[in-house]
Structure formats: C-alpha cells, structure tokens
Design a protein around this ligand. Structure first.
Ligand SMILES: Nc1ncnc2c1ncn2[C@@H]1O[C@H](COP(=O)(O)OP(=O)(O)OP(=O)(O)O)[C@@H](O)[C@H]1O
Length: 582
C-alpha cells in the first residue's frame, strides 16, 4: 500500500480533485444503501396488506431520485479521479521524455530502446491505474463495504451478517491470488509476444541476408518455436482467467445460501421480518463488488509499486554532461585547439585517445584518417562534448570547451555522423531539421551543395517525398548526402563530416568537396575518411593509429615521408587505377 504514500505528492497537488472525487464516491455508497431498505419496507407492507398507493408512489419516487443522483455522482467522480490519474501519466510521461532528451549518449548506449519504450508506456499505465482504479478500489472496498456492513449489522441482524459473510473473505483471497498468478503469466505471455515481434522484425529487416545464406528453413523453424511459446503462455493466462467467474459464483452462491437459510430460520422465529430478509440479501449483493475490489486492490498496488520504482529509478539516473551555470552562451567561432593527453571511455576504462595535439584556425579544413577503430569518431564526438573531458584539453575559439554552455557548442557544430538517421518525414523536412524556418530556396541550395538535388527531383514527389522508416527507400549514398545537406543548411561554424563520403562515387565526392571549398571558405571543416581522396585538399591532416596521433601535416608533407599515409595513398592510387582499367 505504500505506493499511495509515494504518490502522496501528486494526491496533495491534486487534492481538490481527489477529495471531491472521494466525497462523491462515498455519497454514491451511501445512496446505494437506500434501495434495499425501500424494497424491504415495500415487501413488509405488501405482506401486512398495508401498502397504500401514496406510499408506493413515494417509494418509487425515492428510488428514481436515488438512481438519478447516483448516475450524476458517478459521472463526476469518474471525471475527477480518472481525469487526475490520466494527468499523472501525462506529467510523468513528459518528465521522462524531457529526462531522456537530457541524457548523454552514454545513457542510450547502456540501455535498450525497447526497455525505455516499455517504461514510457506499460509502466506509466500501471501507475495511472494505481492513481485511478487503485484509489477507487481502496475507497470502494473500505467505504462501500464498511457502510453496507454497518447497515446490515446494525439495522437488520449482526448474527445473520456474520454468518453470511463467512465465505466472502475467501473471495477476496482468491481474486487476489488469481490476480497475482494472472499478472505473472500475463507478463510471461507479453515477454514471449515481444520476443516473437522482435524475431519478425529482425527477419523482415534481414530477409535479404537470410535468403543470401539460404537460412529460410531455419528461420521459419525458429519462428514456429517462438509462436508456439506465445500460444502456450497465452493458454496459461486463459486457464487462470477461466477460474475467476466460477470461483466468484461459488462464493457468492454460498453466501446467499447461508443468508437465505439462516435468515428464513430467523424469520420463522420471529426475529426478522420477510422485508428485512429481502433487504439483507440485497445488501449482500452490494457487498460483492467491494470484496472483489479488495482483491483487485492488491494487484493494482503491486503492479503500481513495481512500475513506480522503475520509473523513479530511471528519473534518478543523472547521466548528463555537466554544464557551468554561468557558462559562455555565445556560439564559438570555428578555431579548434586540441591538447589532449588522454581520454578513456568509462565503460571499459581503456585509453581510446592519447596525445592528440593540433591547432586548426578558423576557416581551415582538417582531415582525420587512420585504420578502422583508430579513434576518428571518438575525437569528433569529444569536440561535440558528447563525453566529458578534463579542463584545458580542448579549446573552441580560444575558450575551454568546458566553459561553454552545451547549446552554444552544439549550435556551433554541424555534425554528419557515420550512422546517419533520417526521420519519417519529407526530404525537405529532413534537410530543414536543424533550421526549421529555412526557406525552400535555402533547402534547395543545401541539397545542391550536397550533390543530392538531382536525385531528389527525380523522386515522384520531389522534396515532398516521405523518407525514413515509413517512406521510400533511399540508397546509402542518397541518405548520406541528405544528412550532409541538413548540416550545411545550418551554416555551422564548424562542420564535421564523419566518414560521410564513404557511400558516394569518386565524381560525386569531388563535386561535394568542391562545393564545400567554395561555400565554406571562411568556416572550419573537419572530414574523417578512409579514402584519402576526401582529405587530400585539407590544410592539415592527422593520422591516427590505436588512438594515437602518428602523423600530422599536409598531403604533400605526408606523402614525402614514409609511413601509413604514403603507403595507403600509393595503395589507393593503384586500386583506383585498376578500377579504371589502367
Ligand atoms: N562508446 C564507447 N564505449 C566504449 N568504447 C568505445 C565507444 N565508442 C568507441 N569505442 C572504442 O573506441 C575505439 C575507437 O573507435 P572509433 O569509433 O572512434 O574509431 P574510428 O576510427 O572512427 O573507426 P571507423 O573508421 O571504423 O569508424 C574502438 O576501439 C571502439 O571500440
């Protein structure tokens, strides 16, 4: 029950809604006590032949008035209590979303997207249920159950009440038990279902690989096994579900049996009138729901507890890049100085970068090359401040990168990552992602500069073509160039192309590089690449090897000395000659 204490901050915040809702709910409980009494009186009057038309009329009027009042009150308490619970889910959802967007990339590296999605959907739903149905079942099982019991015991017969109630605790116990079993089995069925879903998604996305390796049969067998598992787990759920109704009927039947048998005995003894017995059985009917609610309450609270703990634990994670409150707000210009002694990822503690020193003046272009895994991307991500570095290691426009507000650093940089991502939106919207108010003219120009304009106008809907997950399929090179156009449009002080020319042919690469040179002659550009042709024109080239800077200079300087750069240049020149048939 202590989840209610944990949610107290919200109940306090919404105390007017909850208190009014609970008051209305209690009024409903009180109103519902009236009809059984009226029915009892009517029966006694009929039995004694003393029922007048006027009396019957006023009884009917009272019943009608109770029905209308309960109808209205039920509407309002639902709006108040369920409304507040929906608001709570909204509030937590927004908090989670804001929290997610504030988290550093490391946070996402450590967690699966599916889990985060589950927290934002299923867990919030369980919390919403606690703040809605949980409050309802708590109030109803205590208020309605309490009022009815008191009325039965005090106005009819406490002995009959005690005897008739004997089987009811069993109902509360069994619904709670079945509920827990149902919850566990349902959870397993859900897990099996998501596993099957994952399998379908993976098989469809990887259909080409499956076919290429002739693994269709194995894939179908694996799917059949998962599918069978889902069926078995759902049957297990259905079995517990099927126990609910018969158990309730049995317990309620036993209770009524006791009430009618012992009640008739009391009537025969003259201790009770027939009308009172009729009222009593009606009250007994009213007790079924509070007892059920009592059983459900445990399940709702149990689920709410687990979900609330998971969500609060997630909200407590403080995986953010630290920012100085009074940090520099101004977007830095494009000069970069790096004096990095070493950088390690927290996850494995290994040194990913060591002794990297360079100065890049505003308006210059730098190339970073090196074997795969040599640290090129890591260096780019440090410039974006995706990870923490110590003070005095990286300087932007003459100031330590740690002295800037994060938004200033990010605004200065246009980053085209290796694993580019297009949203399920139009080409134009994707290009304008970093500059919503860009004119169509500018969007077109950025597409031209990224050498993707001709491709876009070939699409049936041109710039209005929807791309991304639900859109048309673009080639790797087209996606890359749309991502470049997106970065170019923001006219960043520092443009970082991280292996962004890998999927374009030599001609297109040349076009893009020419456009960059013209467009960005006063702005700084960093290009990482495997193909040396992408960086040959740069003012400065760094060669990385296992996180260390092993060579530094211009293209001419580097080919003049033996080393990785000259070897790679000669090899790539030969490959290109062979490719051209030379
Ligand atoms: N987030 C991370 N946590 C731990 N280790 C990482 C992380 N990102 C990269 N690494 C490791 O750091 C090293 C450098 O990786 P990086 O991606 O910077 O290389 P790269 O030169 O860009 O490679 P490629 O040319 O293949 O893109 C690799 O050994 C990689 O496994």
């Amino acid at each position: 029950m202590n989840v209610f204490w944990d949610l107290m901050w919200y109940f306090k915040q919404e105390k007017r809604r909850y208190l009014t809702g609970i008051a209305l709910l209690s009024l409903v409980s009180l109103c519902l006590l009236v009809p059984p009494k009226i029915i009892g009186y009517t029966v006694d009057h009929i039995k004694n032949n003393s029922l007048t038309e006027r009396q019957l009329g006023s009884y009917m009027l009272i019943l009608a008035a109770v029905a209308v009042t309960v109808y209205i009150l039920r509407f309002f308490w639902r709006v108040l209590i369920y409304g507040a619970s929906i608001q709570l889910a909204l509030l937590l959802r927004n908090r989670l979303y804001t929290h997610f967007t504030n988290m550093s990339p490391r946070f996402y590296q450590k967690r699966r997207v599916g889990d985060l999605m589950a927290h934002s959907t299923n867990d919030l739903q369980a919390i919403q249920q606690t703040a809605g149905d949980g409050v309802l079942t708590l109030v109803d099982s205590s208020m309605m159950g309490g009022f009815t019991l008191i009325t039965m015991a005090s106005t009819i017969s406490w002995k009959l009440t005690l005897i008739s109630l004997l089987p009811l605790p069993f109902m509360a116990w069994s619904t709670s038990r079945y509920g827990t079993m149902l919850h566990e089995r349902f959870h397993k069925a859900q897990e099996a279902f998501s596993e099957m879903n994952d399998k379908v998604q993976e098989s469809i996305s990887g259909a080409r690989v499956i076919k290429a390796f002739g693994q269709e049969e194995e894939d179908v067998d694996a799917f059949k096994a998962l599918s069978k598992d889902v069926v078995q787990k759902n049957i297990a759920v259905a079995k517990v579900d099927a126990l609910f109704d018969p158990t309730i009927s049995l317990v309620v039947g036993a209770s009524f049996f006791l009430a009618v048998s012992y009640g008739s005995f009391l009537v025969l003894n003259g201790e009770l009138t027939i009308g009172q017995l009729v009222s009593f059985t009606s009250y007994l009917g009213l007790l079924i729901w509070p007892m059920l609610a009592f059983g459900w309450l445990f399940n709702i609270v149990e689920r709410g507890r687990a979900s609330y703990d998971r969500v609060t634990a997630l909200l407590k994670v403080n995986d953010v890049i630290s920012e100085k409150e009074d940090g520099i707000q101004k977007t830095p210009a494009g000069s970069v100085v790096v004096n990095l002694t070493s950088f390690s990822f927290e996850e494995n503690g290994q040194k990913a970068l060591q002794d990297i020193h360079f100065e890049l003046n505003e308006g210059k272009t730098m190339g970073i090359v090196g074997k795969t895994g040599s640290g090129k991307t890591t260096l780019c991500r440090l410039l974006l401040r995706e990870f923490e570095v110590e003070d005095n290691q990286i300087f932007l426009a003459g100031h330590d990168i740690n002295d800037y507000r994060l938004h200033a650093v990010r605004e200065a940089i246009g980053y085209v990552p290796q694993d580019h991502f297009l949203f399920s939106a139009t080409v134009a919207e994707n290009i304008a992602f970093g500059k919503y108010r860009a004119s169509f003219q500018d969007i077109k120009q950025a597409a031209k500069d990224a050498a993707v304009y001709e491709d876009i106008v070939q699409f049936k809907n041109g710039f209005e073509t929807v791309v991304g997950e639900r859109g048309v399929t673009l080639s790797g090179g087209q996606k890359q160039r749309i991502s470049i156009a997106r970065a170019l449009l923001t006219e960043p002080e520092l443009l970082i192309l991280d292996d962004s020319l890998s999927a374009v042919d030599a001609r297109t690469e040349e076009d893009i590089l020419k456009n960059l040179k013209r467009k960005r002659k006063d702005k700084t550009t960093i290009i990482t690449a495997h193909r040396l042709s992408s960086v040959g024109h740069a003012d400065l080239i760094l060669v990385l090897d296992e996180g260390r800077m092993v060579q530094k200079g211009t293209h001419e300087e580097l080919i003049a000395v033996p080393g990785w750069y000259r070897d790679t240049y000669e090899r790539q020149a030969l490959e290109s000659l062979i490719a051209k048939g030379g």
